[in-house]
Write a new protein. Structure first.
Length: 98
């Protein structure tokens, strides 16, 4: 199994979630039916400008629902903890990468 398959095997596709730092490679893309909000360091247009010069497929970049402004996750999103499988797994992914 790929990394993505392992992650997605533990996530309810119909659950609402949050993907942090999806960038150009979302794990649970909206276009595949996942009900996720995307939090990233800049909006979709800025992500496209960032990745396009490197030859990366920018078609996979999702609309960004929340542009992070430095506040803690809990304060920024307004929820005390990640509640769905998508949020828990992707929250851990994002925190591992920073």
């Amino acid at each position: 199994m790929t990394r993505e398959e392992i992650i997605l095997s533990r996530i309810k596709r119909d659950g609402v979630g949050l993907e942090i730092g999806a960038g150009c490679a979302p794990i649970a893309p909206k276009k595949q039916g996942f009900h996720v909000h995307v939090l990233d360091h800049c909006d979709k247009n800025a992500l496209i400008k960032k990745y396009r010069p490197h030859g990366i497929n920018v078609e996979n970049i999702e609309e960004v629902d929340f542009v992070w402004d430095g506040r803690p996750y809990v304060e920024f999103i307004g929820r005390p903890t990640p509640t769905t499988g998508i949020e828990r797994r992707l929250f851990l992914r994002a925190n591992r990468n920073h």
